[in-house]
Design a binder for this molecule. Structure first.
Ligand code: HEC
Ligand code: HEC
Length: 401
């Protein structure tokens, strides 16, 4: 009996560890794993309809905050509500605009009191699958925790909340008393800081993007969805010359991922040679990547690689937003011309091999040469990751426009 139980556990462990890496194009495997999780009772959110795109795994959800429709609805209202800033001038959506995949368009964030953030506001597509959040803070492991930084952070000030008085703005609003009741039950005491963060996290977990030309081609069996050039670009991306997939791999084009099939979460910081150590040494610690936390000089310049989903929408690029086109349009407005120019600059950076001295891994960031056509192919592939249905999805937009 005992060995039978052990046997079962062993099979389960082997099955789950095999699921931990999901290379692009493994639709059947992902879907059968979703089925398996449902049968084994391991889906962490029974009863919630994720409505996942083909080939996508079920996101991980912390046990203390099971997801529900009511929490998602409340989170959506809160995400767009300026009452979440002390001076009522900004909401989360001020720096995370749906029209550009919930990125910002500015090189660095600008807070509610006019203070600049040291880093670029990140896109939120598929943020549910990130094992660690933000550019370089390894303590930011859940969405529940992350929102504390914009809500209450003082270095820099983003939304600038200082005490609990903002809660009255919600307690005195009958729309919110109902939304909080539906999501958390209880009376006015349910309108509290923790539940606000839990609802925001639930809403953000539903911001799933999986209907790009690449997805149609790879997971939806639509062989005409990608152009011949984009397909050639995909092969360059996944090849051993450009090496992109090593750090931007898997179904989410990112290496620090989490989901229900993964037995261990990957958390990886890398230096892509974007700046030299000499340049970093002239900057403040909050612009030096993972070093700010670890204080280990081998971590200077190391950042979490962003997901490349919807990357065309999210220029300017890199942690300081310094790679952009020459004449960017007004923030929040997408221009394909600008995206192409900025992405070409990114490709030029990688093909040059990056700066030295740096902490880059020179087996991956080693430089390569592409013909003009191959460079266009690679950029066309990056553009094939744009999901227009995501940036126009009405379930994600401001519920009170
Ligand atoms: C003033 C602009 C600003 C506001 C307002 C703001 N953010 Fe952000 N957001 C940023 C910046 C900048 C980063 C990168 C942070 C870093 O690296 O430390 C970021 C990062 C994030 C991330 C991490 C994404 C990833 O890929 O790891 C999440 C999640 C997030 N913000 C959610 C929110 C939520 C929820 C709110 C509202 C409570 C909010 N943000 C308000 C600027 C902003
Ligand atoms: C060694 C790991 C590594 C490799 C290989 C790599 N990248 Fe990156 N990539 C990163 C990291 C880390 C960042 C963030 C760096 C920063 O902000 O300073 C990044 C940033 C980017 C960005 C900016 C995204 C944004 O939202 O700002 C793009 C685009 C990108 N990489 C594309 C590529 C392409 C194309 C290739 C292949 C030619 C590639 N990467 C190879 C690690 C890597």
């Amino acid at each position: 009996m005992k060995s039978y139980a052990l046997h079962l556990i062993l099979i389960l462990v082997i099955f789950l560890s095999n699921c931990s890496y999901l290379p692009a194009g493994k639709k059947k495997t992902n879907d059968s794993m979703n089925q398996f999780l449902l049968l084994a009772g391991l889906n962490q959110s029974p009863g919630f309809n994720w409505n996942l795109p083909a080939g996508f795994p079920i996101p991980s959800v912390p046990p203390e905050n099971p997801i529900s429709e009511a929490k998602v609805t409340l989170g959506r209202f809160l995400f767009y509500d300026k009452n979440l800033s002390n001076n009522q001038t900004q909401s989360c959506s001020s720096c995370h605009l749906q029209s550009i995949a919930f990125s910002d368009g500015r090189s660095v964030g600008l807070g509610s009191t006019g203070e600049f953030h040291p880093r670029n506001p990140q896109a939120l597509s598929n943020v549910a699958y990130m094992s660690v959040l933000t550019w370089a803070n390894s303590n930011m492991k859940t969405l529940e925790l992350q929102s504390r930084a914009p809500l209450f952070g003082i270095s820099p000030i983003e939304l600038g909340l200082t005490n609990d008085s903002y809660l009255d703005r919600f307690r005195n609003n009958s729309n919110y008393t109902k939304l909080f009741y539906d999501a958390f039950g209880g009376g006015l005491e349910s309108i509290n800081e923790q539940n606000i963060r839990f609802a925001l996290a639930s809403f953000q977990r539903t911001l799933i993007s999986g209907n790009s030309a690449y997805d149609k081609y790879t997971y939806q069996n639509n062989k005409t969805a990608m152009s011949a050039s984009a397909i050639r670009g995909m092969n360059i991306f996944n090849g051993e010359t450009a090496e992109c997939f090593h750090c931007h791999g898997g179904f989410n084009f990112a290496d620090s991922t989490t989901h229900s099939f993964q037995s261990t979460n990957e958390i990886i910081y890398n230096d892509n040679g974007f700046k030299s150590l000499t340049e970093y040494n002239t900057l403040n610690d909050n612009q030096k990547g993972f070093y700010e936390l670890s204080k280990n000089s081998s971590d200077i310049g190391k950042f979490r690689a962003p997901s490349l989903r919807n990357v065309a929408y999210t220029y300017p690029y890199m942690h300081d937003g310094s790679i952009n086109c020459t004449n960017p349009p007004e923030a929040g407005i997408y221009s394909e011309t600008c995206a192409r120019e900025a992405l070409e600059k990114v490709v030029d950076h990688y093909s040059s091999g990056g700066k030295t001295p740096s902490n880059k891994d020179s087996t991956l960031i080693k430089g390569f040469s592409l013909t003009t056509q191959e460079k266009t192919d690679l950029v066309n592939f990056l553009l094939s990751l744009s999901d227009e249905s995501f940036i126009t999805n009405k379930n994600f937009s401001n519920p009170n426009p």
